[in-house]
Design a protein around this ligand. Structure first.
Ligand code: IMP
Ligand code: MG
Length: 180
């Protein structure tokens, strides 16, 4: 069982639902009357995006982008590559990036820089999780679901070696599973 690899549950399904609803309501208020465009960072952000967008009650469109991940490691190399670019232009639109977790901040800082070059009307960031302690570059986060401690988490879209994304909660993986 996948659950056997989890040391403990950090955020329950119910907590995720409640917080996602709050964020959706807040975003709906903040972008009322504006042309909102959500950009999901694949693959980890997918679960959060599909739940969040259904809590947003104003018209909006979505698009996807994929950057290189850690591969098999649990820490970023600092080198970011675009694996899949957006399908739609973003010039003049109010863009909100939807991500699963901000760790070092390197990926999102890079993404933010290249998307700003395309001249959106505005660009904000919404992340489900924030590992503050690990930040190496300063990035402005506009919407944060939860601040979490410095532990490797899986579930609700997030993976370790492509597994555990289907868990309904966010959990801490047993350390012996990823420490050499
Ligand atoms: P950063 O560039 O170090 O901020 O890493 C960002 C990306 O790494 C996130 O969007 C996740 O996809 C992945 N990541 C960072 N920490 C974790 C974790 O604890 N579990 C799963 N994926 C993570
Ligand atoms: Mg991600």
């Amino acid at each position: 069982m996948l659950d056997d690899d989890i040391a403990r549950v950090l955020i329950t399904e119910e907590e995720l639902r409640r917080r996602t609803r709050e964020l959706g309501q807040q975003i709906s208020r903040d972008y009322q009357g504006k042309d909102l465009h959500l950009i999901c960072v694949l693959k980890g952000g997918v679960t959060f995006l599909v739940d969040l967008m259904r809590e947003i009650c104003i018209p909006h469109s979505i698009d996807f982008m994929a950057t290189s991940s850690y591969g098999d490691a649990t820490e970023t190399s600092g080198v970011v590559r675009i694996l899949k670019d957006l399908d739609l232009p973003i010039a003049g639109r109010n863009v909100l990036i939807v991500d699963d977790i901000i760790d070092s901040g390197l990926t999102i800082a890079y993404l933010r820089r290249i998307l700003l070059e395309r001249q959106p009307a505005s660009l904000r960031i919404c992340t489900l999780l924030n590992k503050k302690e690990r930040r190496v570059v300063d990035v402005p986060l506009d919407y944060i679901g939860f601040d979490i401690p410095n532990e490797f988490v899986v579930g609700y879209g997030m993976d370790f070696r492509e597994l555990y994304r289907n868990l309904r909660f966010v959990g801490v993986l047993k350390p012996e599973l990823y420490r050499p």
